[in-house]
Design a protein around this ligand. Structure first.
Ligand SMILES: [Zn+2]
Length: 312
């Protein structure tokens, strides 16, 4: 495989789909909803990646499905894998073990057929404790990036950041590691601005200035709802765009599925068809999106539709 920095300049690189929601459906990941109001910022906010050490076969199988569907990049399941988040979910003493096991599994399945990205997401400290916690968020993210680098990832995907301020410290930590980083923000409750009040265009400019090799958005919206914000970013930067939409329908009043009452236990009722990812694949190709994958709700069928349309 060519390095991501070359590949992304030449083609639409196909990513993989969403791991935690799919593995939750299969019975291997805890949504937390049995004991707390998920998404309130008060509980553990579960959806953590301990499946990498507790049920490695389930994770290995999902990696294989995405690879067979056409993914050129497999993301190690290290989403929500900082010491802060894992600690709150009761896995604080297994941070190293979980991160290194997740990378090892992804590399084993990828072989020489796909690149392996380390997934790094927000810590949730900023949502809970405000901007004063940014220094600690930075330390947690730096620690995780060091673990991912030691485990041998090819590059980083910084994703599902709500605050541009936290994305900035993550990009600084990525730059210190020397690993290339794709950077995608998540916009909610509307696509017009992120949680600390910046427009998609401003986010794109800041992320590109801090060295991201591709910038864009992931999660929360289906492709059609995400497209206007991607086009706004396109007008603001020269670097390739990256997009990993969710496969859930949102409303005109609320553009984020995690803020809808269907999250997390009634998501089947807002699931969109894989055809939306076929349409998105065509657009990714015609508009030159550099990295296109899926997020929550996208299993291999969605990635296959996307891959076939982007690379007919
Ligand atoms: Zn997602």
């Amino acid at each position: 495989m060519k390095p991501i920095t070359e590949l992304i300049q030449q083609t639409t690189v196909i990513g993989d789909g969403g791991y935690l929601i799919e593995l939750e459906r299969r019975g291997y990941v805890d949504s937390g909803s049995g004991r707390e109001q998920v998404g309130t910022g008060r509980g553990s906010g579960q959806f953590t990646p301990e499946v990498a050490i507790e049920q490695p076969d389930a994770l290995r199988e999902l990696h294989r499905e995405f690879l067979n569907a056409g993914a050129q990049v497999l993301q190690a399941l290290t989403f929500f894998g900082t010491r802060e988040k894992l600690g709150r979910a009761g896995y604080g003493s297994q941070v190293e073990e979980i991160n290194s096991a997740a990378v090892k599994l992804a590399k084993e399945v990828a072989g020489d057929k796909a690149l392996v990205a380390g997934s790094v997401s927000r810590t949730q400290l900023v949502e809970r404790e405000g901007m004063d916690s940014l220094g600690r968020a930075r330390d947690h993210i730096s620690e995780q990036i060091r673990l991912l680098k030691d485990a041998g990832v090819d590059f980083l995907i910084l994703e599902t950041f709500f605050h541009l301020a936290e994305m900035k410290v993550a990009l600084e930590a990525a730059a210190e590691s020397g690993l290339p980083a794709v950077a995608t923000m998540s916009f909610r409750p509307l696509v017009t601005q992120c949680s600390d009040g910046h427009t998609p265009a401003d986010c794109a400019r800041v992320m590109a200035d801090l060295g991201a090799i591709a910038v864009g958005a992931n999660c929360e919206q289906d492709p059609a709802r995400m497209l206007p914000l991607l086009r706004e970013m396109r007008g603001a930067v020269k670097v390739p765009l990256a997009a990993q939409p969710a496969a859930f329908r949102t409303t005109d009043e609320c553009h984020s599925f995690t803020r809808l009452p269907e999250f997390p236990d009634d998501l089947e009722s807002i699931q969109i068809s894989r055809q939306a990812f076929r349409d998105f694949g065509k657009i990714a190709r015609s508009e030159g999106i550099g990295f296109a994958g899926g997020c929550c709700g996208c299993n291999a069928a969605y990635i296959r539709s996307l891959a076939r349309a982007a690379h007919p």
